[in-house]
Design a protein around this ligand. Sequence first.
Ligand code: WTA
Length: 663
Amino acid sequence: MSAENTSIDHLLDETRRFPPTADFAAAAVAGPDLYERADADREGFWAEQSRELLHWHTPFTQVLDWANPPFAKWFADGELNVAYNCLDHHVEAGNGDRVALLWEGEPGDERRITYAELTDEVRRLANVLADLGIGQGDRVAIYLPMIPEAVASMLAVARVGAIHSVIFGGFSADSLRSRIDDAGAKLVITADGGWRKGKVSPLKPAVDQALADRNGLGEQETVEHVLVVRRGENEIDWVADRDVWYHEVVPQASAEHEAQPFEAENPLFILYTSGTTGKPKGILHTSGGYLTQAAFTHRNVFDLHPESDVYWCTADIGWITGHTYVVYGPLANGATQVLYEGTPEHPEPGRWWDVIEKFGVTIFYTAPTAIRGFMKQGRQIPQARDLSSLRVLGSVGEPINPEAWIWYREIIGAGKTPIVDTWWQTETGAIMVSALPGVTETKPGSAQVPVPGISLDVVGEDGRHVGNGNGGLLVVTEPWPSMLRGIWGDPERFKETYWDKFSEQGYYFAGDGARLDEDGDIWLLGRVDDVMNVSGHRLSTAEIESSLVAHEATAEAAVVGAADETTGQAVVAYCVLKESYLKSHEDIENLAQDLRGWVADQIGAIARPREIYIVTELPKTRSGKIMRRLLRDVAEGREVGDTTTLADTMVMSTIQSKVTGRR
Ligand code: WTA
């Protein structure tokens, strides 16, 4: 039996149900009428939401323009400024003294920043960006730790109509270089370093390396300046004329800066994500539609009462969750939120619960991997803290197994807090499937229903609805406001990746398998392509394979995502060595270890394989396709499935004895 089948059977046994309490439902911002309004007139519903939630400098008269699918335009004749919506708008409404960011550094330092203060900082920074020659349409790479300047940088870039490309601080110099090159960034905003696990982890050196001549690429040519925030106070090299200290220019800059309106489809950001090929895709999002769905979902899915809630999303700004649910959604809604710099286990495993207790967090949004990690450490740790302020819990990034869901509700949510399991993607820009906490009777393990205004289906390979009780592929059947507008510089790849599979029906194919239960609720079953999900982070098998074969020892490599109790999936690689390498190197004892480090250096620590097996051959079909399914069986310690299509049926037993011998 395959892993998928095991989990389906298991999920079908899940019968526990949790309706909202009457008190919660009575005070909730979202009621069942949202579905009714959206069903009656989907586009009219989004127009209404957009007008209600955002400030438009020039009101729009058009809603959706789908004349040239799959290239959508939303609210195309309207104009707005995204940063104005997240900042000045609240100050002008009299909420300037409300705290926007409750920031805590890993060493324990703290900053409380009001909306008025954040607006002031962003205006100054926008003036600095203009001085550095950044204007509408220019690309700015951001490589920063979780500090307030990261939020300010994204907003300042948006304010001047430029496009940010945030690169997660855990990515290597190589990954940084390829993303900077692909976007043609003119400016990089970074820090000397940030705090992680009790030490300063340097960032600027990776930027220096990325911009220097490396791997025969020559010196990077588009970047003119590097703006550096001082955070880690670690020693760094300095390139005169190119590098600029943030603290030497921003506080001195004028705090007068009028936010100009830009058209609704003005690009807001590019965010690179892994696909099925080796090259990361630059997912492009624009302004008006994105901000509408970000604000709408943030308000209704988390039941946000901005005047009283303290919200905390633990995602890093380097991921889409950090973009939509740390920066744009919460700030457009005028929320007060926690921003925490470090890791959950520093200086000890209760750090996150301390943060919740200290700031009185009411809404908490995190990933199943983190929850499973806490389960392993034991309930005593959270139970030693006062978590009674919590009233809504969210989950994102990967399927949450019913055990983890129940633990989350019981131990973190005191047995009464609603849980929203939110399904979405970098490409969808905002939440697509989720319960509404005051409306939906929740089911542990199921993300359940599309949010109001979103049309989804589960279909078979033929594109036909599978019907309740059946599994298939998740598709989005109608364009939505925060949908990606393309892949940066590659419109063909955009069509091919997401729209070709169901071109006849005009459906967006998400890459996920799903099942509809007897009530028609959606259960996500994981990716059906070669994208892995490790700790809620997307990794491409092809990208890691190409990194492995770039090593002098490796002739061929196959990578699979194997089930892992904590991280959901883990990277397991099989490598065949070059004859020439074997002849010239007698000792290959440490090679697997070296290769793991090699991948971490090339891509980033998150891509480091959990295991690498050196094998003499890979299982291939007669037409030469690697049978990853069999390698996954071995990696997960299962009996190997059907091998009859293999060119050489002996290969698997050799591989299996090798792997079992190692365990
Ligand atoms: C997976 C993260 C099950 C899914 C927001 C998707 C989920 C990929 C869930 C996108 C969930 C995300 N239940 N699976 N609630 N949320 N996924 O682009 O496979 O980093 O395709 O966006 O994560 O990952 P991405």
